[in-house]
Design a protein around this ligand. Structure first.
Ligand code: ADP
Length: 367
């Protein structure tokens, strides 16, 4: 997929700023050349520190960082052939779009004619030709971002590092620029590593999502895997869209088992291939919010399904679906995304007792 040895490997990487606590704590990660990788996690979990160590703005306390198979620790950013795009864009206010984009080439000693030719080709790539002579202050937020991207890409890096690149934009523009980042990455064919704390941004953009928590990786993989098959409660809750229920195995019967908790006794769970369960074992399961159907308590269960009873505590209309919040299975917020038409057929409201029903095989066993 990629074009230039932009595969990255972090091996046993730790970073401590104060010698006591670890901002990054024993990270092992391989990012293939040409991948769009998103580092996702809450503020302070170490994402930017990883980015800065790959860029060469910070050294790891321990561990190796390889780009294209070469250990780059100690090399400066230019030698690493990485480029960074910052959240604030950091454009020069007194330089035109063209001069901003050509700036890095001047530093590298190219002639004016060479600089302008390269800059104009890049300007065309980011669709800014008609704005080439404007100052940054005469551009919209989205256009400024394209300048920042072009300015980083013009040095032909093998890895482009983006630190919260969309967070300064309003919601509408963020979604537009998200698509543009994706297009640019495909055009350039280089590895992108994009730091974000926004789940949907990571899921929409990345070939590879790396979910972090307190300096550690909790799961990494394709977006769909991280979303639909979270490995643990942390990932399920952080990525969202799932309900997590804790309980103990109370009965095992061939291909199915029963789980019980303090407030329920008979949730049926699948025995996933390869996973061994034992009587009395504690476990967490995840059920997607959009896999849950609601009926009034006392209603029938379709074949192959299981349920938990609870009371509706909130209803939010979302257009294509209705978000129904309830207290169930000992979870303070158990949520069902009910298709709009289906919700209004049942005419449920706050305070009603309902059965949250799902297909037994749709439950996902967490580690
Ligand atoms: P994120 O990008 O996920 O928000 P950071 O990598 O910025 O996280 O920070 C990880 C941890 O390291 C935080 O606890 C933060 O306070 C600390 N940290 C980051 N940069 C520095 C620094 N230059 N000096 C000391 N501590 C830092």
């Amino acid at each position: 997929m990629g074009t230039g040895n932009g595969d990255i490997e972090l091996a046993g990487v730790t970073k401590s700023y104060d010698g006591e606590t670890f901002a990054v704590d024993g990270i092992n990660l391989k990012i293939p050349d040409g991948a769009y990788c998103c580092l996702l996690g809450p503020s302070g979990c170490g994402k930017s520190t990883i980015l800065r160590m790959i860029a060469g703005h910070e050294d790891p306390t321990h561990g190796e960082i390889l780009i294209g198979g070469e250990d780059v620790v100690g090399l400066d950013p230019v030698e690493r052939r990485t480029a960074m795009m910052f959240q604030s864009y950091a454009l020069f206010p007194h330089l035109s779009v063209r001069d901003n984009i050509a700036f890095a080439l001047r530093v590298r000693g190219l002639s004016k004619a060479e600089r302008n030719a390269k800059a104009d080709a890049m300007i065309e790539k980011v669709h800014l030709t008609e704005f080439a002579n404007r100052l940054p202050s005469q551009l919209s937020g989205g256009q400024q971002q394209r300048v920042a991207l072009a300015r980083a890409a013009i040095t032909e890096p093998r890895v482009l590092l983006l630190d919260e690149p969309l967070s300064a934009l309003d919601e509408h523009l963020r979604i537009k620029m998200r698509a543009e980042l994706s297009r640019m990455q495909r055009d350039l064919g280089i590895t992108f590593i994009h730091v974000t704390h926004t789940q949907m941004e990571a899921i929409a953009l990345a070939d590879m999502v790396v979910v972090m928590d307190q300096g550690k990786i909790r799961q990494s993989g394709p977006a769909r895997e991280v979303y639909a098959e979270p490995k643990n409660r942390y990932v399920a809750e952080f990525i969202g869209g799932q309900n997590v229920i804790s309980g103990k195995v109370s009965y095992i019967n061939g291909t199915r088992a029963t789980m019980a908790g303090a407030t329920y006794s008979n949730i049926e769970i699948p025995l996933a291939n390869g996973k061994r369960l034992e009587d009395g074992q504690s476990l967490d399961i995840a059920i997607r919010r959009d896999d849950i159907d609601l009926v009034r308590a006392g209603g029938d269960l379709p074949d192959g399904s299981t349920s938990v009873e609870g009371a509706i505590t909130g209803v939010e209309y979302q257009g294509t679906f209705v978000k129904v919040m309830m207290e169930a299975a000992g979870e303070e917020e158990f949520v069902a995304y009910v298709p709009e038409r289906r919700f209004f057929e049942e005419s449920l409201s706050i305070g009603d007792r309902v059965l949250a029903i799902w297909q037994i095989d749709h439950a996902h066993l967490l580690a």
